[in-house]
Design a protein around this ligand. Structure first.
Ligand code: CUA
Length: 319
C-alpha cells in the first residue's frame, strides 16, 4: 500500500486557518517569482544583441510604474501580515469555555494529566468538538509540544507555564512530537493523540481501554496542600498571619512593591511563583515569612496544588 503523505490531516479548527495563511503566502510568492522570471526572460530575448528592437528614447522615469511597484507589494504584504496576525491571536487566545489538561515534559517523555485524575504517558485522549487548553511545563530542558494534524506547536519551558489550545474536529489517531532538540532520545519523544467521539471519551474517562484512574487533581492537590504544611498557615491559622486562598484564582491581588501597592492577576504564573519564589511578590499587609518550596515539589504535584487552589471558591467550598 502506497503511504507517502505529503501533508498532515486537518483535524482542528486551527488547521484550516493556518493552512490558508500558508497557502496564501505561497501563492503570492509563486506569483511574483513567476512574474519576475517571465519578465527577465522575455525582455532578455526581445532586446538581445543583434535584434532590431527599438532602442531610441528609453523611458527614464515613470511615476505610475514606480508607484505601482512600491504600492502594490506594500499593500499585499500589510494584508498578509494582518491576516497572519489575526490567526496568531486566535491561536494564542484560548476560549473561555476551554477545559484544562496539564502536560509535563521531561527527557524523554510526555506526561499528560487530566483534572478528572487520568494520567497518560506519551498519549493524549481528547473528546471531539470541545476546546481544550493545555498548560505545560518541563522538568529539565526546553521541549516543544507539537501536533501537526492540529497545526499547533508550543515550546515547553522549565520554570514556567506555557499554554496552547485547540478544538479537535475529526476523530482519529494523530502524531504527537517533541519539536525542540532536547538530547539523545529527542526523536523518540512523542506518541499519539486520540480524538474520540464524546460517548467513547466518556467510556474512556470511566476507565475503559486501560486508562489509569487516579483521584481528581484537585483532591490530590488538597492532600499535598496539607502534606507540605500549606494548610497550617493558609487556612485561617491563629498563629501565623497568612492570606487565605479561597476564590483567589484569576482575581487581582494587591502586592507590596516598595512603598507602593500594585495589583497582579492571581493566574497560574502568580501561584507558581508564590510557591517557589514567595519573596518576589508579597501580598500587601503580610510579612515575607513564607519559605520557598523550590526543588521540593515536583512539577506534576505543583500542577495538582494549582488545580486545588482553582477549585476552592470563596468560603473554602468546592466550586
Ligand atoms: Cu523533548 Cu525534544
Amino acid at each position: 500500500m502506497w503511504n507517502f503523505p505529503l501533508f498532515p490531516e486537518r483535524a482542528s479548527t486551527t488547521a484550516g486557518r493556518v493552512d490558508a495563511v500558508f497557502f496564501g503566502g505561497l501563492v503570492l510568492v509563486v506569483f511574483f517569482t513567476a512574474l519576475i522570471c517571465a519578465l527577465i526572460l522575455s525582455l532578455a530575448l526581445r532586446y538581445r544583441r543583434g535584434l532590431p528592437a527599438d532602442r531610441t528614447r528609453p523611458p527614464l522615469t515613470s511615476l505610475t510604474l514606480e508607484a505601482a511597484w512600491i504600492g502594490i507589494p506594500l499593500l499585499l504584504s500589510i494584508g498578509l501580515f494582518t491576516w497572519a496576525a489575526i490567526v496568531f491571536f486566535e491561536i494564542y487566545t484560548p476560549p473561555g469555555d476551554a477545559s484544562d489538561i496539564y502536560v509535563v515534559g521531561k527527557q524523554w517523555m510526555w506526561t499528560v494529566k487530566h483534572p478528572e485524575g487520568h494520567r497518560e504517558k506519551n498519549e493524549l485522549h481528547l473528546p471531539l468538538g470541545r476546546p481544550v487548553r493545555l498548560t505545560m511545563t518541563s522538568e529539565d530542558v526546553i521541549h516543544s509540544f507539537y501536533i501537526p494534524a492540529f497545526r499547533t506547536k508550543q515550546d515547553v519551558l522549565p520554570g514556567r507555564y506555557t499554554q496552547m489550545w485547540f478544538k479537535p474536529t475529526k476523530p482519529g489517531k494523530y502524531h504527537l512530537f517533541c519539536a525542540e532538540y532536547c538530547g539523545t532520545l529527542h526523536s523518540a519523544m512523542g506518541g499519539w493523540v486520540y480524538v474520540m467521539e464524546p460517548a467513547d471519551y466518556q467510556r474512556w474517562l470511566s476507565g475503559a481501554g486501560g486508562s489509569l484512574v487516579e483521584p481528581s487533581m484537585a483532591k490530590e492537590g488538597e492532600q499535598l496542600f496539607v502534606q507540605h504544611h500549606c494548610a497550617g498557615c493558609h487556612r485561617g491559622s491563629q498563629v501565623v498571619h497568612a492570606p487565605g486562598l479561597e476564590g483567589i484564582y484569576n482575581r487581582p491581588v494587591p502586592i507590596q512593591d516598595g512603598k507602593v501597592v500594585r495589583f497582579v492577576m492571581a493566574d497560574d504564573r502568580y501561584l507558581r511563583d508564590s510557591i517557589l519564589l514567595p519573596d518576589s511578590q508579597v501580598v500587601a499587609g503580610y510579612e515575607p515569612i513564607m519559605p520557598s518550596f523550590q526543588g521540593r515539589i515536583a512539577e506534576e504535584d505543583l500542577l495538582k496544588i494549582l488545580e486545588y487552589v482553582k477549585s476552592i471558591g470563596p468560603g473554602g467550598t468546592e466550586r
